[in-house]
Design a protein around this ligand. Structure first.
Ligand code: TYD
Length: 407
């Protein structure tokens, strides 16, 4: 049981995924004995409909100098952020001097376009290695967690922002109340806040339970976001589905009564009510689907093991930590997992201790089967690895159903 991060009401867990290590806790052999574990449970607030983790990991354990996730790791994400920057510049940046702030700016991939166009900007991110990478890319960055105090300091040093951006970040910030107060302080009257995160509707529809892990404290919906923002003088004025990270929603907000809400907001809210997206019973039903998915995936991989097939994993995503640990998939099932991120290579997966190796290992020789753990990048990866398919290799997926991908 925990107090809802948005409204303070009691939230009970409806989903239990057992003991879990840190999703990005890729570790060295010598650290096997000292891994951190917590109970991965999630529930929905009966009062405001916000789906959230009900046990929390201290932020310093997750976001630090060795944080391995890099936005620029995917071509699709780079294109997506260039398009977002273009949309913001065309629709939301006032003429003349404007100021753009990105919260959770990571390696600067999104702000790079603004920096290149000479727009005054600031990235805020707590991970030292990411701030260094962003600075090297010409993106001005502040190494700090974003909260009310950070917002006040930015405003007194640099003034309020015309546009505040955040991508795959707000679902990571535990203190939603301090976040919203900070946003209200930082946002110029008439300015816009644009953020996107994995969407609860897509997670449930696709059975993507691997979106549930320590860093994703929240699984937002249009209903829960509207309610959260409205208690802080902000108003949701737009909501647009975006096809990244396995299904996300882009939320556009402003200071209350400053901008007319798009009819899309009310339409999404109606759809969510019809689909029960604000009802805790939704998550209880989801747990049954998760358990079914686990049984099928484990049976599938056990069969391949018995047949002596060579199976590897593709993409050591944060999401994969949930699936591998919940299903008990280890080095017996997957010989290794290939990943493009240098910081993950040479290490072992959290909890399950599967070696993570550079992509060059994938075709030497090609495996019989590859478990596509980076399923949200399926199009990009299947195109890149067309030789694997041509050589008879098979992709295993588990979202939305366990099976072989038709290529
Ligand atoms: P991603 O799915 O973006 O996020 P999360 O960690 O939030 O679940 O992670 C993608 C991972 O997959 C990242 O570690 C890089 C890796 N990857 C590859 O190894 N090859 C590829 O072609 C792509 C697109 C990603």
């Amino acid at each position: 049981m925990i107090d809802c991060a948005a409204c303070g009401a009691a939230v009970e867990p409806q989903i239990s995924l057992g003991r879990m290590p840190l999703a990005n806790g890729f570790l060295r052999f010598e650290d096997f004995g000292a891994e951190y574990f917590y109970d991965l449970n999630a529930g929905m607030c009966r009062l405001c409909g916000l789906a959230q983790l009900t046990e929390l990991v201290p932020p310093e354990k997750m976001f630090h100098g060795e944080y391995p996730f890099r936005t620029s790791g995917s071509v699709r994400m780079r294109t997506h952020f260039r398009e977002l920057a273009r949309t913001v510049a065309a629709k939301h940046l006032p003429a003349g001097k404007s100021f753009v702030v990105e919260i959770g700016s990571n390696d600067g991939t999104l702000l790079e376009s603004f920096a290149a166009g000479g727009t005054r900007h600031l990235g805020v991110d707590p991970s030292a290695n990411m701030v260094d990478a962003a600075e090297r890319a010409g993106v001005r960055s502040l190494r700090r967690f974003f909260d009310e105090a950070t917002a006040r300091d930015i405003v007194s040093a640099e003034g309020q922002a015309d546009v505040i951006l955040a991508a795959n970040c707000f679902s990571h910030i535990r203190d939603l109340r301090s976040l919203a107060s900070g946003l209200r302080i930082l946002l110029k009257p008439g300015g816009v806040l644009i953020f996107e995160d994995p969407y609860l509707g897509d997670i449930v529809r696709q059975g993507a339970y691997d979106q549930i892990y320590d860093e994703h404290a929240f699984y937002f919906s249009v209903i829960s976001v509207s309610r959260w923002l409205s208690t802080h003088g902000l108003e949701l004025v737009g909501a647009e589905p975006v096809d990244v990270h396995g299904g996300s929603m882009r939320y556009i907000a402003a200071i209350r009564n400053r901008l007319p809400p798009s009819p899309a907001v009310a339409a999404h809210r109606r759809r969510e009510v019809d689909g029960g997206l604000d009802q805790p019973a939704l998550l209880a039903g989801f747990q049954r689907r998760i358990d079914q998915s686990r049984s099928e995936l484990v049976a599938f991989l056990n069969r391949l093991k018995l047949e002596g097939r060579r199976v590897v994993g593709y993409g050591a995503t944060s999401k994969s930590t949930t699936v591998l640990n919940y299903c008990g998939i280890g080095p017996d099932h997957l010989a290794f997992i290939t990943d493009t991120t240098p910081l993950k290579q040479g290490r072992f997966t959290p909890g399950t201790h599967i070696p993570v190796v550079p992509p060059a290992a994938f075709n030497s020789p090609f495996p019989d089967f590859a478990l596509l753990l980076a399923w949200n990048h399926a199009a990009e990866i299947l195109e890149k690895e067309s030789e694997y398919r041509d050589a008879g290799g098979k992709w295993i997926t588990y979202v939305p159903e366990v099976g072989i991908l038709s290529t």
